[in-house]
Design a protein around this ligand. Structure first.
Ligand code: F6P
Length: 359
């Protein structure tokens, strides 16, 4: 019988509870014992380590759709690999993790995390040397290399779509525009996909430079006097500071375009998990449990060519390096960011959406 641990780290998103519940189910059907570590590495580094034992009553199937994490993702001030570096407490923190892991006597640990958490786990890999470490990628940013999908992204696109659909009605009533700011950090996937879904008039993403005057001309020349301009939180406007949606909104107002900025903020992370995200979570949970059975370690589950598989964390780490893309001078990119060849960009252009200076 194996004893496995599950831990959620980094920002929350929809689909975490689905993947936890599905791992528990697949593992318990094999007769394995499953524990859930509370509050990510913060709970793991506590003395004693904070965890709960799962049984069928702690993980009711009807709750698997809920956003957030049953295991929590850690407090704002939590001790994790990043804050330990900032506080000069790396060795102390690493020792606590080693001690907890040896106390917990796990055969395997499934870490459900984003880019940062998975990279840091790989950089500190010797801590997990005594067990099998399997990572599952989750993030609404979809900025994780070597996987075509991440848990939580589809629900975030749906949340933004619902938010913008509603704004569109008031925009129409008042003949005005809304400048909606999406999350996504430096990656434009969320804004691009949601923008296509809602039929935005313009989508501004960090990977593509835009010209404010071209945007203004595009909106003034539109065949409608209302609509949505979707801007990713990672864009910047030379000589301006503050929230991107506010900056763009002010520029549009100065040009005589009636508009309001709008901020869906963390509602992007809390929708009832979509069917697509639940299926993805189930596939990744199944893949992770199979990887444990096959004695794999230091791997991440990934979707490639429609198949769910595992990739080595070393490969993941190298592919995730943020480099300057020679095709777009001055713009940072990685394998997971929106590439200039992304078919959605041409589709946006074909649909009359201003997407920046693509030529
Ligand atoms: O990485 C997920 C994410 O939601 C980003 O899109 C966003 O910039 C950030 O986390 C927000 O973090 P916090 O919850 O700390 O405000």
């Amino acid at each position: 019988m194996k004893r496995i641990g599950i831990m959620t780290t980094g920002g929350d998103c929809s689909g975490l509870n689905t993947v936890i519940q599905r791992i528990y189910r697949a593992a318990s059907l094999r007769g394995w014992q499953v524990i859930g570590i509370l509050d990510g590495t913060d709970g793991l580094s506590s003395a004693p380590p904070q965890f709960i034992k799962f049984d069928k009553d702690t993980l009711p199937i009807e709750n698997a759709r809920l956003a957030g994490s049953f295991l929590h993702n850690g407090r704002a001030n939590a001790l994790n690999f990043e804050t330990a570096i900032e506080r000069g407490k790396v060795e102390q923190f690493n020792n606590k993790l080693r001690k907890s892991l040896s106390e917990l006597k796990l055969d395997a640990l499934i870490l459900i995390g984003g880019n940062g958490s998975i990279s840091l786990a790989w950089c500190n890999k010797e801590i997990y040397a005594g067990l099998q470490l399997i990572c599952i990628p989750k993030t609404i940013d979809m900025d994780i290399p070597l996987t075509d999908k991440t848990i939580g992204f589809n629900t975030a696109v749906q949340q933004l779509t619902t938010f913008c659909d509603q704004l569109m009605l008031t925009a129409r009533s008042h003949h005005r525009w809304f400048v909606v700011q999406t999350m996504g950090r430096d990656c434009g996937q969320l804004a691009l996909n949601a923008g296509i879904a809602i039929g935005a008039n313009a989508i501004l993403i960090p990977e593509i430079k835009f010209d404010i005057n071209s945007l203004i001309s595009h909106i003034k020349g539109a065949d409608s006097d209302y609509g949505i301009i979707l801007v990713s939180e990672g864009i910047s406007l030379r000589g301006h500071s503050g929230r991107p949606a506010d900056m763009i909104s002010r520029k549009l107002t100065a040009a005589g375009i009636v508009n309001r900025p709008a901020f869906p903020e963390h509602t992007q992370r809390v929708g009832d998990t979509t069917a697509a995200d639940r299926i993805l979570a189930t596939r990744m949970a199944d893949c992770a449990v199979n990887a444990i059975e096959n004695n794999e370690t230091y791997v991440m589950t990934a979707i490639k060519d429609c198949k769910c598989t595992t990739v080595g964390l070393n490969e993941f780490f190298n592919a995730g390096e943020i480099t300057n893309d020679p095709r777009i001078p001055g713009v940072k990119t990685s394998d997971a960011y929106v590439s200039p060849d992304d078919p959605l960009l041409q589709i946006a252009v074909d649909m009359g959406i201003y997407i920046g200076e693509t030529k």
